[in-house]
Design a protein around this ligand. Sequence first.
Ligand code: GDP
Ligand code: MG
Length: 838
Amino acid sequence: MSNVTVEQLADVVGAPVERLLEQLKEAGIKADDATTLISDEDKLKLLDFLRSSHGKNEASKSEGKQQITLKRKSVSELKLGGAGRSKTVNVEVRKKRTYVKRSEAASSEKDELDRLMAEKAERDEGRKQAEEDARRKAEEAVVAKAEAEAKAKAEAEAAAKEKAEAEAKAEAEKAALLTTEEASKASKAKEGHKKSKKSHDDKDKAETRYGRKELHVASGKSGQRKKKPRKRSGATAESTGKHGFEMPVVPIVHDIGVPETIKVSELAQKMSMKSAEVIKLMMKMGVMATINQVIDQDTAILVIEECGHKAHPVSDDDRENTLLELAKQELGELVARPPVVTIMGHVDHGKTSLLDYIRASKVASGEAGGITQHIGAYHVETDKGVITFLDTPGHAAFTSMRARGAQSTDIVILVVAADDGVMPQTVEAIQHSKAAGVPIIVAVNKIDKEDADPDRVKTALGNHEVIPEEWGGENIFINVSAKTGEGIDDLLDAISLQAEVMELQASATGPAKGLVVEASLDKGRGVMTTILVQQGQLNKGDILLAGQEYGRVRAMFDENGNQISEAGPSIPVLVLGLPSTPSAGDPIQVLADERTARELAMSRSEKDRNARLATQQQAKLESMFANMGKAEVNILNILLKADVQGSLEAIREALVKLAADNDEVDVNIIGSGVGGITETDITLAAASNAIVLGFNVRADAAARKAVSERGVDLHYYSVIYDLIDEVKRALTGMLAPEYKEQIIGLAEVKDAFKSPKFGLVAGSIVTEGVVKRNQPIRVLRENVVIYEGELESLRRFKDDVDEVRSGTECGIAVKNYNDVKPGDQIEVFERVQVERTL
Ligand code: GDP
Ligand code: MG
């Protein structure tokens, strides 16, 4: 443990800063204020001081307080370092443990800590001769007295009490309360082994006779024994009828299962110890920790073993698997199931148009159902069979599900605009699909356009190992137009054909398993979760576990808003009944009883929380160490935030690979997470000299302020390829000036209302910069990008305007997007030429 400030020390020992400062002053240590650094030496000095002053206090107090002190022996080594030579002597020493009546113990937490500190100092250092003598006499008196008492008392339990009392008396008389094994060590070493041995033998006898089991003063244990929890029983006091002492019984050795990460307070609880004691113990082991800190499994096991308990590692997955194993239910026979399809491709190549066309032309529109809500997935019935489409936007959803180990998709439709060809996100989509091992069907779109060149698309895709069947490859290419509907039926046929080859199967009965496709909160109906059933059958009334949430299925709806009571494999449903929103990609399953569901939900959220805390702390520590002495190594520190777990993992992987391919420089991801960029992120980045990369996320107001105050380098991206490319260029020093996005304005949505002419209009106020009518925009919800597109109209009162400046209200209609809600933000950006710096 290195230097700490007065404040930190005060926190650790649990004393007010003022008091500690006072004590420091009394001990002759210079400490001006709470931020003064205290060295180890100073700490020892303070402990020494506390010990001596405390010893006095305790001695005068002990007469009034009912207090017993127990000793036990142990073997240890003593180094005598006199006049240039040193020798090591093995000595057997006795340790002391003072018991105070419970009421007092409870009321004097601070005293206890002082005492613990004092004891530490005492173990570390020798003792004064006078005290040694006093102590030795006290011991002898105790032994003698105890022996006498032993004859009188047959019952070991009672004897223990007597011994304790004897000690308390003796101690009071001798005014030598807080002594240690070191003290006797030193004195005995001086007096020679003979004497020491003799005294020890006496003691041993006494202990045996006094039933040391009850007092658990068994020999051969280390000094850490005093850390053990002891049960104090009030009943024993009554049985002797004489004293108000509470009887310590055999220490309970807990066999503690240690999860992958654990909070210090939880660890303490598992060992039945006070958190403060655990913290002190960890300090001694050289680990600074606070009560709420999460420590890793290895550290926790060391601490537990140090306390004399047994520890066995328990992986979080083990726990979950055991629960799942117990909850396992029979699934039905396997039958063929419909394919689940995801449409991917570069922006503006027609993904949404294609989905909309298929939905509009193929989904049998039911009667006005109970719910009108876009549920993020739908299924169509063709004469070749049922096909389910996931229409969550883009690759992120796809990969976020895959990152959780769930395969959401059987077939990917890669949309490539015939007039635009292969673009960065096209390549990204191929990579995602190939990584997931999902077959790709290429929809060459916009075939109706004059400048459509489907052959160019074929050639270009060939470079990325997506090769048409007619050229000997295994990818089906279909020319389509989402505008005219040309080729759409061929596309659906191709999907059914591909599915047939894949022989997709699932059991149609038994408890449902599947995935969360998306989830949202509706003011009236509560949490609405779109679920894709993958196995079994989901029924109304089932107990549903979705990620960390569980609840009963209150109602289910199909994509037309019609109430349904069951859903089989590959069928998407909207479910009401979960208490709060799970994440997209979370696994769902139906369980037989609510208790198991609750336990699994709890175990998952605990695991999640701990893992988060652990990475946060790790990031801080690692960067601290990284910055120490490593300055000359070329490291690019990165703090990464993304909209979903999937993109985060993908970017992480790519960055790690990038660093592995490059010898001179290293990429160090000091922190990463899902969601908007916060002030804490910026602080961490500033502290670690890191750049901040946001993928489809934005910094909030406080974070932006911190960015300008601390001069942190912040970059936004919406294409993974761009991000990686830019980092790569930065690493290789090839930052050429290039076109780049710059945010020019930000508006906050105050209200959303329907206008017959423009659809949904967002009554907004421009909070930063300028909102321009003809620039591309993004819609942000909680600092995460949820839509990218352009404006349909920009109005001030009744007038169309070209731009609106900061502080001004306006009405904004986003083209093709009707989901803007109050609280959302609309950011306007432009592409400008900038000097590239990272
Ligand atoms: P996404 O970004 O991939 O979802 O692309 P969109 O579906 O939003 O389409 C982008 C633009 O291309 C829109 O203006 C569409 O109207 C247009 N578009 C999409 N498909 C076709 C098509 O087959 N033919 C033509 N001419 N235009 C299309
Ligand atoms: Mg779209």
